[in-house]
Ligand binder design. Structure first.
Ligand SMILES: [Zn+2]
Length: 395
C-alpha cells in the first residue's frame, strides 16, 4: 500500500473510508475495499469522474456516516463551541447532578495484605509501593498556558490500559502457567512503577503504586472535561491496567469475565473515593500524544473494545479527542484502519470541533492549529523547567 502522505486524501475522506472499511468483517474483502478506494486517487477524489461515480454509488453510506458522526453530537458540538468562547459556569444544580451519579463505596476492612470494600472489591497489597507524590496543575479549558494552572493533589480521572504482556490460553490446564506469568508481570510493573492497579486474568485486583503517588503509565498525554484540561496524566489520573494483549490481526484485546467484573468494582471504588466524574474515565488510546510529531494516538491500547457499559460508565469513545481540538494535535489517517471505529469517532469529532473553533476565531484551520501548538509548546517547556528545578532541589 502506498503511504498515507503519498495518497493525500482529505482526513475526513480517509476517516470515512477507514470507518466503512472497519465495518467489513472479512479481512480480505476489507483490504480489497481499501485498495479500491484509497489505493487509487481517482476513486475517492471528487474532482474526477471516477471519484464522483464512487460518491454517487456510496452516497447513502457516506451521508449516513456523516450524519452518524456529525448529527449525533450536534448539541455537544454547539455547547463545546460556546464553552470555548465563554468559560463554563458550573451551577449548583449541575454539581448536584454530577455528585448523584458517583457511586457510594466504602472501606470495610483493611489488613496488611488486603483491603475489602462494600461493593465486594478486594484489593491485594502484596506488591504495593510508593513513588513521587502526586502533585500537578490543571488548566482552565481553552486557556491551557503557563501561569493559568491550579495546583491539585487528588486524582481527577482514570486511564485504562492493557499490559500487552505474554499470555497463555485461558483454560483450567493453563492455570499454573498463568499464575507464573502473572507474578512475573506484577514484579515488573512494581519495578517500573508502571500502574496504580493491575487486574490479573482471574480478576484479582493488585495495587502497585499507591494512589497518593504518580505512576509511569501514560507518558505524554492530554484529556479535558467540561472545566479543566489535564496535561501529563501520570500525575493527574490513576492508571489501571488489564492483563491482556491485542493478538496479531485483532483490533482489540479481550478481557476475561472476571476482569470485566473487577473493572466495574474497582472503578466504582475509585470514583467514590475521589469523586471522579464518569467522562474522565478513558482509555490510553484516547489520551496518548506524541509531541515530537504532534500526532495523537501514540499508544493505542483499548482503542477499541473497552467494556465501558459493563464497567458502569458511559460510552466515552463518543467524546471528541481533546488533544486535537484543544491542543492542536493531528493524527495519521492510517491509525483509523489499525484501531477501528470507536476511536475513529473521537478523532473525527475532535477535528470537527477544531475546524468549528477556527471558523469562530476567523482563522484558517492551519493557522488556528499552529496557534494552539505554540501555546502547548510554551506550556510544555515551562513544565519541563519546573520539573528540572524540583529535581535539582531534591538532589
Ligand atoms: Zn497503556
Amino acid at each position: 500500500m502506498p503511504s498515507a502522505a503519498a495518497r493525500t486524501p482529505s482526513r475526513l475522506t480517509s476517516s470515512l473510508v477507514g470507518w466503512q472499511a472497519n465495518r467489513i468483517e472479512d479481512p480480505v474483502a476489507r483490504l480489497r475495499f481499501l485498495r479500491r478506494t484509497l489505493g487509487d486517487r481517482r476513486v475517492w477524489d471528487p474532482r474526477t469522474e471516477a471519484g464522483r461515480g464512487w460518491l454517487r454509488a456510496h452516497r447513502t453510506k457516506v451521508v449516513a456516516a456523516c450524519c452518524g458522526v456529525l448529527l449525533l453530537p450536534a448539541g455537544a458540538l454547539k455547547d463545546t463551541l460556546l464553552l470555548w468562547q465563554r468559560p463554563p459556569v458550573v451551577t449548583a444544580q449541575a454539581s448536584v447532578r454530577r455528585a448523584e451519579a458517583i457511586p457510594n463505596v466504602w472501606l470495610v476492612e483493611q489488613k496488611e495484605e488486603q483491603e475489602e470494600y462494600s461493593n465486594g472489591l478486594r484489593v491485594e497489597r502484596r506488591y504495593e509501593i510508593g513513588n513521587e507524590p502526586r502533585q500537578f496543575e490543571v488548566y482552565p479549558r481553552g486557556a491551557e498556558s503557563a501561569g493559568s494552572g491550579q495546583p491539585r493533589t487528588a486524582p481527577a480521572g482514570i486511564v485504562f490500559h492493557t499490559t500487552e504482556s505474554a499470555q497463555s490460553e485461558f483454560a483450567p490446564g493453563e492455570t499454573k502457567r498463568m499464575r507464573v506469568i502473572g507474578a512475573a508481570l506484577l514484579e515488573f510493573v512494581r519495578q517500573e512503577r508502571a500502574y496504580h492497579y493491575v487486574v490479573d486474568r482471574f480478576g484479582r485486583v493488585w495495587r502497585i503504586v499507591r494512589e497518593s503517588d504518580a505512576a509511569n503509565h501514560a507518558g505524554y498525554s492530554v484529556w479535558a472535561d467540561g472545566q479543566w484540561t489535564y496535561i501529563g496524566l501520570n500525575r493527574a489520573f490513576l492508571g489501571v491496567s488489564v492483563e491482556a494483549r491485542t493478538e496479531p490481526g485483532a483490533t482489540k484485546p479481550e478481557a476475561t469475565p472476571a476482569q470485566i467484573h473487577a473493572l466495574r468494582v474497582l472503578t466504582e471504588m475509585l470514583r467514590s473515593k475521589y469523586r471522579i466524574a464518569a467522562p474522565n474515565c478513558v482509555t490510553h488510546a484516547q489520551v496518548s500524544v506524541n509531541p515530537s510529531n504532534m500526532q495523537a494516538g501514540y499508544h493505542y491500547d483499548w482503542a477499541a473494545g473497552f467494556p465501558f457499559a459493563q464497567a458502569g460508565l458511559p460510552d466515552n469513545y463518543a467524546a471528541a479527542v481533546p488533544s486535537l481540538w484543544l491542543v492542536g494535535f493531528t493524527y495519521d489517517p492510517s491509525l483509523v484502519n489499525v484501531t477501528g471505529e470507536p476511536f475513529w469517532k473521537g478523532l473525527v469529532l475532535g477535528e470537527e470541533l477544531l475546524r468549528q473553533n477556527a471558523t469562530a476565531h476567523g482563522m484558517s484551520v492551519t493557522a488556528y492549529r499552529s496557534a494552539l501548538e505554540k501555546r502547548f509548546r510554551g506550556l510544555l517547556s515551562t513544565l519541563k523547567t519546573n520539573q528540572q528545578q524540583v529535581k535539582e532541589k531534591e538532589g
